[in-house]
Design a protein around this ligand. Structure first.
Ligand code: FAD
Length: 422
């Protein structure tokens, strides 16, 4: 199974991706394009436009960016890609610098292979220090190292969170964060395939539910069992009632993951005001006094400084964002001093990190073989308390092992329920 279709267009797409990744020279790209029926003139034009700012380029092959950008977005994950999309739509010049690789891996795009993405170089693993309250063990944390960030390896479950969470933030003084305030933004964000009240119908992020005829029998059995126990089905975990069993909302379209790169960067990547570079790790945010002037990043492993006229968006994820800020002089002054870093701003950076638990719960075996999920191996859920769905959740899963290499294409007999208190 290949990510690229065997059609002429699919093969041309593959040639473009290989060219952009630097694994195909310009001459070989031209040869391949011509062999696929593209005229020599057009192939040359394609190579020229694609070696510019039309598509995510590796710093190994792309020219260094020139001039000053309105905005520089560091990291192209869930947050960064969405920000870049909105800024670019407004007409600003935007440079997206992504430390990780291009997203041309089938493990990233085929929703059934999501756990396999954890075994590729699209994933970067961090190990915690010994945790006192976890029997002194260390924990491994996977994060995205790819265009689209962790949205390329997560389980694709789309959960807004409970309205009371937002209302409590507003209650604590965060104006504009009540559920009433954020709801229009959630609606503008999504295209919700099943439709319904308080759902969006034309946003860049595609959200769906398992379709009739394609639902996994294990998930259906789970839904039936919940009903037998007296729970009442809710139509969506993102509706006004989060308790009860539900078919999950997820970011999957036609068995393809709707990563933040697919949803937010692909639609803008050909705009002239957008430059997206992969393999472009930012090593420092630059300041004159306390005014941010731009960033220094590695372009094909050579430090390059780019200036910004408006803002730098730091969206490098929960671990790398504080790390980068601290390396740039923003953090607790005493800590920075002990490491020989000059303080730009003495701020509480790098404290208060919270994690949610993902644990495997009860497992069972079926009497006979079952098919592989058409979606993400986690099609149904049962929130057992009227709080955020991630807080008290039993999630049906039809994965035979975690993390799994690739789903075996024949059948599975083992089932697991994931219980996620946090
Ligand atoms: C296994 C797993 C399953 C999950 N399942 C779900 C789920 O089903 N539903 C859900 O809602 N959430 C899920 N999550 C959580 C969710 O994916 C993350 O919370 C979210 O993607 C984080 O977004 P972010 O923008 O903060 O960071 P990321 O998406 O991690 O983006 C950060 C980006 O910054 C880049 N970067 C880092 N340092 C630099 C640098 N110095 N210079 C340039 N770029 C840099 C990284 O390479 C990365 O691309 C899951 C997470 C994991 C690990």
């Amino acid at each position: 199974m290949s990510y690229f279709k065997s059609t002429r267009d699919g093969q041309l797409e593959r040639a473009v991706v290989d060219y952009n990744r630097g694994t195909l020279s310009r001459r070989d790209f031209m040869k391949k394009a011509v062999a696929l029926g593209v005229t020599a003139g057009l192939a040359g034009a394609l190579a020229t436009s694609w070696s510019g700012n039309a598509i995510a380029q590796s710093t190994r092959t792309a020219a260094k960016p020139e001039g000053t950008y309105d905005y520089i977005v560091i990291g192209s994950g869930s947050a960064g890609a969405a920000c870049a999309h909105q800024l670019a739509k407004g007409g600003a010049s935007v440079l997206v610098l992504e430390a990780g690789r291009a997203d041309d891996l089938e493990e990233v795009h085929d929703s059934r292979l999501w756990a396999a993405a954890l075994g590729t170089d699209a994933t970067k693993w961090f190990e915690t220090t010994h945790q006192k309250y976890a029997d002194n063990r260390t924990h491994l944390w996977p994060r995205g190292n790819v265009l689209g960030g962790t949205s390329c390896l997560n389980a694709m479950i789309f959960a807004r969170g409970h309205s009371s969470d937002y209302d409590s933030w507003a209650y604590e003084g965060n104006t504009g964060w009540s559920f009433k305030d954020v709801l229009p933004h959630f609606m503008a964000l999504e295209t919700y395939e099943p439709g319904g009240e308080n759902r969006g119908e034309s946003g860049p992020l595609f959200v769906s539910q398992p379709a009739d005829g394609r639902k996994h029998p294990g998930a259906q059995a789970f839904m039936n069992a919940c009903a037998d126990l007296g729970y009442v089905e809710t139509k969506s975990i993102n509706s006004d009632r989060m308790s009860g069993q539900a078919w999950v909302d997820f970011n999957i379209k036609d068995q393809r993951r709707q990563s933040s790169a697919v949803s937010f960067l692909y639609p803008i990547r050909e705009q002239k005001n957008v430059t997206i570079l992969v393999e472009a790790p930012v090593i420092k945010i630059n300041f004159t006094g306390t005014k941010c002037t731009g960033v220094t990043y590695l372009h094909d492993e050579t430090p390059v400084t780019v200036n910004v006229s408006r803002e730098v968006v730091v969206s490098a994820g929960a671990i790398d964002t504080p790390k980068l800020l601290m390396l740039s002089g923003i953090g607790i002054a005493a800590d920075l001093k002990s490491l020989g870093i000059e303080t730009v701003a003495d701020l509480q950076v790098g404290v208060g990190l919270q994690d949610h638990i993902l644990g495997a719960g009860p497992n069972w075996e079926t009497k006979g073989p079952l098919p592989v999920s058409n979606y993400n191996h986690s099609e149904a859920t049962c929130g057992s308390a009227p709080t955020a769905v991630w807080r008290h959740q039993i999630r049906q899963s039809s994965m035979s092992r975690f993390p799994s290499p690739r789903p075996d294409t024949s059948s599975i007999t083992r089932m697991a329920i994931a219980f996620c208190p946090a």
